[in-house]
Design a binder for this molecule. Structure first.
Ligand SMILES: [Zn+2]
Length: 278
């Protein structure tokens, strides 16, 4: 599949949220994620990528992939949707994530910069709120114990995500592909949280997301793909990759009233600060 390519550079952009271990890359791109990263993504100028796991099994793949690339880091955690398909109880499953990062040496070797993605997902039915809450909180505790930032998935669960995150005032992190209100964004950023914008910011019907971008504290804004999903316009619906972030950055810049260059610089600095990247 060929995507539109325009002459805008991705130089200096950090993708704060990607899933390059996802099967969709293998199925839809010749040579899979490795070919895409080597031939397209890194040559586009992308400065770094945070590869984010969603269950104990794919966290291993996520780490192995990050080890292959200088510019790739990993985040490990259990996604609220995934937790409903795991056979073990919360202690058993979260212990598998813990085992990946419980020494400084492991965190360094596995290139782990965050716990994620974790949170609530009330979109996909049926929803087991109790189980999602148990996994979310156990992983917030893990983040607190190891002083790691978290990556929060909040789908149609704004109130519960907000309240749960605030129960852990020592923990900081990012609400990824933010879809909440401008007011909640303000409350979060006031408390040191970050807000990340995905390709959704380019969608015609996403006026609310652009309003959040216009209103939010600039020092708290990140940019992401969530690839292989959420490809921005003009590639909406196609396989996404970090090389599409130029479109997302352009739309975000417009919404924030900043230049493209300043938006790249700002989101890069913010991402490095949150995740402690060099
Ligand atoms: Zn994701």
């Amino acid at each position: 599949m060929k995507n539109n390519v325009e002459d805008i550079s991705c130089a200096g952009i950090i993708d704060s949220h990607a899933h390059y271990f996802d099967r969709r890359f293998e199925n839809e791109y010749e040579g899979g994620a490795d070919a895409l990263l080597t031939d397209v993504v890194f040559p586009s100028g992308i400065e770094a990528v945070i590869n984010v796991g969603t269950n104990p099994e794919n966290c291993i793949c996520c780490i192995e992939q990050a080890k292959k690339y200088d510019k790739m880091y990993s985040a490990v955690g259990i996604h609220p949707e995934d937790c409903q398909h795991l056979s073990g109880d919360v202690h058993t499953e979260v212990a598998k994530i813990r085992a990946l990062l419980d020494t400084e040496e492991k965190r360094k070797n596995n290139k782990i910069v965050a716990i994620g993605e974790i949170g609530f997902d009330y979109y996909w039915q049926p929803v087991d709120r109790e189980r999602q809450a148990a996994f979310f909180e156990a992983q917030l505790e893990l983040a607190r114990e190891f002083d790691l930032p978290v990556i929060i998935h909040d789908r149609e669960a704004h109130g519960d995500c907000f309240e749960t995150a605030l129960k852990y005032p020592e923990v900081r992190g990012v609400f990824h592909s933010y879809s909440g209100s401008a007011e909640m964004a303000r409350e979060l950023t006031k408390r040191g949280w970050y807000i990340s914008f995905s390709g959704v910011v380019t969608f015609k019907n996403a006026r609310r997301v652009r309003e959040v971008a216009a209103a939010v504290d600039r020092e708290r804004v990140l940019i992401e793909t969530d690839c292989p999903y959420l490809s921005p316009e003009p590639n909406r619906g196609k396989l996404n990759s970090s090389a599409n972030l130029c479109y997302t950055a352009r739309a975000l810049a417009e919404a924030m009233g900043l230049s493209f260059e300043d938006t790249v610089e700002l989101t890069r600095a913010n991402t490095k600060r949150l995740f402690g990247l060099k």
